[in-house]
Design a protein around this ligand. Structure first.
Ligand code: 5GP
Ligand code: MG
Length: 172
């Protein structure tokens, strides 16, 4: 496993993102919507850096893929989605890779008629997108490598690591 982003680099960028969001959403009704499961660590850290009244909600998206680069079919569970009609929704995910997950989630969340939807991710893999949209907020652009830690998993392991590391073939 190769360390890629340290926990203090993450802490710094998440704090910056929190204050940017606080500036951008001043006086607006904000709902921060975390995408399960990968966003849990970012969500917990980020909401404590947003100095504004806000509502927190969750939505679940799962596309089985293991370490492979092609996403499987996407399953979305809206059971935890709060009432978001007329609210300004900020969707939070761990990583934007092909973009299929976030773009599909935006379509689904749109059906609940929020005032606005923006997206924020910790990581954006460069040169991988297959969709038009890009996240509105990105902490770290990264090279095309399989990464774990800070919420990101390999078979539901490694999510607890406080840093981001790249997994190589030899780590599997
Ligand atoms: P996308 O739909 O943008 O291709 O992929 C988004 C989802 O795929 C992420 O929420 C994440 O679950 C998974 N994913 C994509 N790249 C990686 C990666 O490098 N490491 C891990 N652990 N998951 C990834
Ligand atoms: Mg995920």
């Amino acid at each position: 496993m190769r360390p890629l982003i340290t926990s203090s680099e993450i802490e710094q960028e998440v704090a910056k993102l929190g204050s940017t969001i606080a500036d951008d959403y001043q006086g607006r009704r904000l709902t921060v919507l975390g995408v399960l499961t990968g966003s849990i660590v970012l969500l917990a850290d980020l909401i404590r850096r947003i100095d504004l009244p806000l509502q927190v909600g969750l939505i679940q998206a799962a596309s089985y893929r293991g370490r492979t680069t092609t996403p499987g079919p996407l399953a979305i569970n809206q059971d935890f989605l709060p009432e978001i009609r007329d609210r300004n929704v900020l969707l939070i995910d761990d990583i934007f890779d092909t973009g299929q997950t976030l773009s599909r989630l935006v379509e689904i969340v749109q059906q609940a008629k929020p005032a606005e939807i923006r997206t924020a991710v910790l990581l954006l893999k460069k040169g991988r997108s297959t969709v038009e949209m890009r996240p509105d907020y990105v902490c770290f652009p990264i090279p095309d490598e399989f990464v774990v830690g800070y919420g990101l998993d390999y078979n539901d392991e490694y999510r607890h690591l406080p840093y981001i590391a790249a997994l190589d073939e030899s780590d599997l």
